[in-house]
Write a protein that binds this ligand. Structure first.
Ligand code: V47
Length: 382
């Protein structure tokens, strides 16, 4: 299949061709500086096209961060604020509903909802964010609250994870985003976010979500104090849970943006490192159907190239993103549908609009704000 490849990569090429699982050592080798990025990318592209053909997925979505006030102080975060900080905010129910209305008016199928862990807001306030939006706009898919937030709700409500998730599903939760995973290994986690849900907790929350029928995403924050071993360890822990539940839809490698954070002295990872991490993720996570090149984090150009380095999804049009823009991202605030489709077409891929659950979205040609949901797109193979 791939005839010209760096000699060190030949055993991995053979495994990829035979559809065999890659080991921890294989993963470390893929990060070896002597191994050319393009060779790793080519291998990842084989795996990508085997799972997703030539399709490149996107959705039409809007972000909602109901508050940035947070009891935690993760060193990598530029978004959080203290309770009495002038830049701290807390949205009213009306502002939250207005965001939902705006999303629908812009043709969105999804609202991506995450925020801070506010010192004074009770459990019901968070459940209510989901409930009022779902009652007002039942067609809008609510992808809400990370595993870290669910862990906070457990504490606030004195309920089990299962009970918390059941309350949220009853209120209208449709799926969960992948944030809060950061790096699982305690050598790193204890340095960047020692206080929040540890690896076992985060994974258990997603396991319970999957058992309740929710589909969730997963992430990895890289380019700070971790090394290749920590990254591969992280990917393998996700792969092991996926073997058990099959509930992860997409993995999103998140490039650390240092500005305005407690780690501002660290230089942002290069595009080469970004592309290598996308490719390694595709190769290691053989059981997760989608790899997302989040253009807000990677930048539009690198996200385009990533579609040939293992990624098959570019995230959404996005509106009101605060986490990355607060940490120095120079990506646009929003991409129009025409622009996102054009960006994908320029790479030779076929743009496919999906909803949160990776079902094809079919737009009414005369009125694009109207849509129907088609078949699931996942699982194409050669
Ligand atoms: O958990 C926070 C990361 C995550 C910074 O599920 C930072 O579809 C870089 O999870 N530099 C939240 N990263 C975002 C997230 C996400 C994004 C897009 C799609 C989906 C999905 C999920 O952002 C946090 C953390 O890992 N983050 N601060 C920073 N300064």
């Amino acid at each position: 299949m791939l005839t010209t490849i760096h000699p060190k990569l030949k055993p991995i090429r053979d495994k990829v061709e035979a559809r065999q699982r890659l080991s921890l050592d294989d993963g470390l080798l893929l990060y070896d500086a002597e191994v050319p990025l393009n060779d790793v990318g080519q291998l990842a592209n084989v795996a990508r096209e085997r799972i997703n053909g030539n399709a490149a997925y996107y959705n039409i979505n809007t972000h909602l961060n109901p508050t940035n006030v947070c009891i935690y102080r993760c060193t990598f975060c530029a978004f959080r604020a203290n309770l009495r900080d002038p830049q701290g905010f807390l949205m009213s129910d009306q502002q939250i509903l207005d965001r939902g209305r705006e999303a629908l008016d812009n043709g969105c199928t999804e609202l991506h909802i995450v925020g801070g862990l506010h010192h004074q807001k009770p459990y019901n306030w968070y459940v209510n964010v989901v409930r009022i939006l779902h009652e007002a706009y039942p067609d809008l898919q609510l992808k809400a609250w990370t595993g870290v937030e669910i862990n906070w709700f457990e504490f606030l409500a004195k309920k089990s994870v299962r009970q918390v998730l059941e309350d949220l599903i009853d209120a209208g939760l449709g799926s969960m985003p992948g944030g809060g995973a950061e790096i699982f290994h305690p050598e790193v986690r204890d340095k960047i976010c020692e206080h929040k849900a540890d690896a076992t907790k985060w994974l258990d929350i997603h396991r319970t979500a999957h058992e309740l029928g929710l589909r969730t995403n997963c992430t990895m924050l890289y380019g700070h104090v971790e090394n290749a071993y920590h990254r591969i360890d992280h990917l393998i822990r996700l792969r092991e849970l996926q073997d058990q539940t099959g509930g992860f839809q997409t993995f999103i490698p998140l490039a650390f943006h240092p500005e305005n954070t407690g780690l501002a002295h660290i230089k942002k990872a290069s595009s080469l490192m970004d592309l290598r991490t996308v490719a390694v993720s595709r190769l290691m996570l053989d059981n997760i159907p989608h790899i997302k090149a989040y253009w807000i984090s990677l930048g539009v150009g690198t996200a385009q190239v990533a579609l040939s380095y293992g990624a098959d999804d570019i995230d959404g049009t996005v509106r009101h993103e605060l986490i990355y823009h607060g940490a120095g991202s120079t990506s646009p605030e929003v991409l129009s549908v025409d622009r996102i489709r054009h960006l994908i077409e320029e790479t030779g891929r076929e743009p496919v609009e999906r909803d949160t659950l990776y079902r094809q979205v079919i737009r009414d040609a005369d009125n694009p704000a109207e849509w129907t949901i088609g078949e699931p797109v996942t699982g194409q193979s050669d």
